[in-house]
Design a protein around this ligand. Structure first.
Ligand code: ZN
Length: 185
């Protein structure tokens, strides 16, 4: 499992005013066009640059690879409820059998019985387990998740995120990220 980032696009890593990424999931990346716009609007400082540059007859500017906001934005304590973040909380493992193949979502309390699509009722499940459980409760079919679903903090996802780095990280980003391959176990 990797997060797709294209190096050819020269994406800009966006840091908060404290030099931490504005967001990890997804990683806060802007297009270089948006980054340059923000430079001219005086909203960001350039922290690091690519070799590549934009040129016109009267102007040349290296593409920013890292920028930091001039004004600190208070980070959210709880991450957004997204499919990706549910997978990440569950480490991309079926919570019934542990496989990482063919993953989908299961409602612990089935929707047909009033179960809601919320952090504490949605878990990662592979298609076969999902089919087997169908619209039964855990008790009815005696299938129990390895970990009861919960609303994670940003820190919880950071801890799991170490295991799933994006497919591409520009070297100038590494000082600001914890996805350092040398730290991997
Ligand atoms: Zn399964």
């Amino acid at each position: 499992m990797t997060i797709a980032v294209s190096p050819d696009a020269h994406p800009t890593l966006v840091l908060n005013a404290d030099y931490r990424p504005l967001s990890y999931y997804p990683l806060s990346l802007w297009s270089w066009q948006d980054a340059i716009k923000a430079v001219f609007l005086d909203r960001v400082n350039i922290v690091s640059e690519y070799e590549a540059a934009v040129r016109s007859p009267s102007f040349e500017m290296k593409l920013p690879s890292v920028v930091s906001l001039k004004t600190y934005i208070k980070p959210a304590r709880h991450p957004a409820f997204t499919r990706f973040n549910v997978f990440l909380r569950d480490r991309f493992e079926c919570q019934y059998c542990g496989t990482r193949e063919d993953l989908t979502f299961d409602h612990l309390i089935p929707r047909s019985k009033g179960g809601l699509t919320l952090w504490d009722n949605v878990i990662t499940a592979c298609s076969p387990c999902n089919l087997r459980k169908a619209n039964k409760s855990c008790r009815e079919i005696d299938m129990w998740p390895r970990q009861m679903p919960f609303r994670p903090t940003v820190q919880d996802l950071h801890n799991n995120g170490r295991l799933f780095p994006p497919n591409y990280l520009h070297e100038s980003w590494l000082d600001f990220l914890y996805w350092d391959t040398e730290l991997e176990p």
